[in-house]
Design a protein around this ligand. Structure first.
Ligand code: GAR
Length: 222
């Protein structure tokens, strides 16, 4: 008997890398539980032992690994150990969810097409750190978040999905961060759901949904 595609599909195994609170991790775990994502978080790895996201993983019965970068003399040494840990879980997808480290080009290449990140800005605007502060300094009226495939270009890989928020006169970096988190918790599970059912791919440095270049629909929390 020839099986139809959904019957052949295996649940997507995900390793999530974090450094802190892990609210995006929680949104992903919840989306796995409620069936939005056809997959499971099989391990969470943090470079910070104090990351609250490690508790979220343990509470959900997911293996939580602390791998402090301070224990390794070079970035390449750290990434070598990180890759070993990741690979032992045989993931289909590596999810960066507030992982505040730049990965070496070798590491990124190893996972090409199956490593994604969420960044707190509407890329290509505001790559790098302190995005909320920079948006406020510039008096920008729109801010948001981007899910993208990770390539060697820092915050520069093919964009999968974006969400936006309005910047109000009385916004602080804290209120902006909270608003951006709300859209992140919508767009990250959605993008991962696409990947988990085989709809999302990276081909020749482009993000494809159902084999077509993605129509970048900006989601809004307003
Ligand atoms: C998120 O806003 C994410 O976009 C950002 O860190 C936060 C993590 O929140 N990531 C980066 O800045 C990566 N350069 P969380 O720990 O609550 O998910």
């Amino acid at each position: 008997m020839v099986l139809s595609l959904p019957e052949k599909l295996q649940r997507c195994r995900m390793v999530v890398l974090i450094s802190g609170n892990g609210s995006n991790l929680q949104a992903i775990i919840d989306a796995c539980h409620d069936g939005q994502i056809f997959g499971d978080v099989v391990a969470v790895i943090s470079n910070q032992s104090s990351a609250y996201g490690l508790n979220r993983a343990t509470d959900a019965g997911i293996e939580a690994v602390t791998l402090p970068h301070k224990d390794f003399p070079t970035r390449a040494d750290y990434d070598g150990a990180l890759s070993q840990h990741i690979n032992q879980f045989e993931p289909d997808l590596i999810v960066l969810a507030g992982f505040m480290r730049i990965l070496t080009a070798d590491t990124v290449r190893q996972y090409r097409g199956r490593i994604i990140n969420i960044h707190p800005s509407i890329l290509p605007l505001y790559p790098g750190l302190n995005t909320h502060e920079r948006v406020l300094e510039d008096q920008a009226s729109i801010h948001g978040a981007t899910v993208h495939f990770v390539t060697e270009a820092l915050d520069g890989g093919p964009i999968i999905l974006q969400g936006r928020v309005k910047v109000l006169d009385n916004d602080s970096k804290e209120t902006l961060a909270a608003k951006v988190h709300i859209v992140e918790h919508q767009i990250y599970p959605k993008a991962i759901a696409w990947f988990s059912t085989g709809r999302l791919q990276m081909k020749e440095d482009a993000a494809l949904l159902d084999d077509k270049p993605i129509d970048l629909r900006i989601e809004s929390s307003d």
